[in-house]
Design a binder for this molecule. Structure first.
Ligand SMILES: C[S@@+](CC[C@H](N)C(=O)[O-])C[C@H]1O[C@@H](n2cnc3c(N)ncnc32)[C@H](O)[C@@H]1O
Length: 494
């Protein structure tokens, strides 16, 4: 593989068109679990609280519909015989339920993921007890029962809630090898405190009774660095205020992925996450000098992952993005296909956060926002949180839009309004924007910025971004912490 790859799109299409047979060393996937829920991105406000305005990132609700029926027939027509029999019998007793729809969707993808794995490759499927028992049967048919390696139980704590069941506090991770010969690096848990007292200089200390009848001490052979790691892992979930938390729903802790990546891959190996979300597996693969491929179907995830990589690794990370619009024409195609995906992608060009008004569905004339912190030079201790509002248009535009944006800037108490348009602005629009005047940056005398800024998609793509005070504190998104230098990475404990 020449370079790391980040794909926007449906993983089934991407696996089929871009990922060659037997080209990947390690696959980790954390697909939706069939939880029947919608997952929102929760942005944090400048004061650290959770934003009221949340954007739905993805929905984990499955229905049996025409697409599922088609997928079912494709699976039955093309999958290996044992899998076909399994799927047919599932349908026999589950019937056309949401669960069955989910399993069909998963089975098609699992076949492709198996194809992409090298013979020495490992596969980890993150799921929970909702469907893990069915997924395991499907995986047994795809990988072979003999290649099942572990059922890892990830145990975490969360606030206990009163309910009529024992509280669910674990996920399941199913581990398979493509063959018997899988890459494996033994990991260790710490010795117990008692055992630690008996280990000195890597040797175990034993007491024994000598011929004289005295109790003597001797060192036995070298001992291992700890206890071979077991299959239940106590790793805390990412706490609400933890630095690691980026706001993406279902974000997994890096500590979990460190174990998987260290155990089942070596430096330079290719790690693939086909449901990568905000990219925990990708960030950890990058930290540990693996190559990586990430795929996600929403621009919200792709954008957060891009920011995460930039914040954590700066120029040290190199990758190619496939599936994002590269010019006005492909941007238009995205807008026609899905207006929201287009909006989220366009906002990511200026690192703006998608905005959904407090009243759901109400159009407040704002599609995105940027926040930054400024300091009043007269009161240096007073931090001012400044707001920039953004509108994104993919259709026809006119001077009326700019007039509206001007009034939104005023009503939202914003310092600047940005108008992103796919089509070029008309002359009256440009004139109207100019009449809005300039915003005076308090901090630096005589530094001003246009109050209304129009940018076409083409301009943004060619690097002509927006102008605003680039203070060190952009608080639009939570920022990933800078990763430790690569030379230190291998010493980091799992
Ligand atoms: C549970 S989240 C993954 C979270 C991730 N492990 C992390 O730590 O951020 C599942 C992700 O799968 C993505 N997804 C769902 N269906 C997909 C598909 N068909 N192709 C690619 N991505 C998909 C969703 O957009 C979502 O971001």
């Amino acid at each position: 593989m020449d370079t790391n790859q980040l794909y926007y799109g449906d993983n089934l299409d991407i696996l089929r068109t871009h990922i060659p047979d037997e080209s990947v060393d390690l696959i980790y996937i954390d697909p939706p679990f069939n939880s029947n829920q919608a997952y929102n991105v929760i942005f944090s406000e400048a004061d650290g609280s959770s934003s009221q305005a949340q954007i739905q990132a993805f929905e984990d609700t499955w229905r049996w519909d025409e697409t599922t029926e088609e997928a079912y027939h494709e699976l039955v027509g093309t999958a290996p015989h044992l899998l076909v029999e399994t799927i047919k019998s599932f349908r026999g007793f589950l019937t056309e339920t949401n669960l069955m729809a989910y399993l069909v969707m998963m089975a098609l993808r699992l076949v492709e993921l198996h194809r992409a794995l090298k013979p020495t490759g490992s596969f980890y499927l993150h799921c929970d007890p909702t469907a893990s028992h069915y997924l395991r049967i499907i995986l047994d048919q795809i990988f072979g029962v003999e290649n099942f390696r572990n059922e890892i139980v990830w145990c975490y704590k969360r606030w206990p809630a009163k309910q009529t069941n024992f509280q669910k506090m674990h996920d399941i991770i199913l581990r398979y090898g493509k063959s018997e010969e899988v890459v494996w690096n033994q990991l260790y848990d710490d010795f117990t405190e008692q055992t630690k007292k008996r280990v000195k200089g890597g040797k175990k200390i034993e007491h024994y009774v000598g011929e004289s009848g005295k109790v003597l001490i001797r060192a036995t052979n070298k001992v291992s660095p700890g206890v071979a790691m077991c299959d239940y892992w106590n790793i805390p979930m990412i706490a609400g205020q933890a630095k690691e938390r980026l706001g993406y729903p279902t974000q997994k802790p890096e500590a979990l992925l460190k174990r998987i990546i260290k155990a089942s891959s070596n430096e330079g190996d290719v790690v693939l996450d086909g449901f990568c979300g905000c990219g925990t597996a990708i960030a950890v693969a990058q930290q540990f000098n693996r190559q990586w491929i990430g795929i996600d179907i929403t621009h919200l995830a792709i954008a957060l992952l891009k920011y995460r990589l930039a914040d954590a690794f700066g120029d040290d990370v190199k990758y190619e993005i496939i599936g994002e619009p590269k010019d006005a024409e492909s941007a238009k195609a995205l807008a026609i296909q899905d207006r929201y995906q287009f909006q989220w992608w366009a906002l990511s060009l200026i690192r703006a956060r998608p905005y959904q008004g407090k009243k759901k569905g109400a159009d407040e004339g704002v599609d995105g926002v940027i926040y930054y912190e400024d300091v009043d030079p007269d009161k240096p201790k007073k931090v001012l949180t400044r707001k920039i509002v953004v509108q994104v248009k993919s259709g026809k535009v006119s001077v009326k839009d700019i007039r509206e944006l001007k009034s939104v800037v005023d009503s939202q108490d914003a310092v600047i309004g940005v108008f992103i348009t796919l089509n070029p602005p008309t002359q009256p629009m440009v004139k109207e924007a100019a009449t809005a005047g300039r915003f005076q940056w308090l901090h630096v005398a005589h530094t001003t910025y246009p109050k209304i800024q129009i940018r076409t998609i083409n301009e943004l793509l060619s690097g002509n971004g927006i102008e605003y005070p680039q203070t060190p504190i952009d608080v639009t998104f939570r920022r990933a912490e800078r990763a430790a230098p690569q030379s230190q990475q291998l010493e980091i404990e799992a």
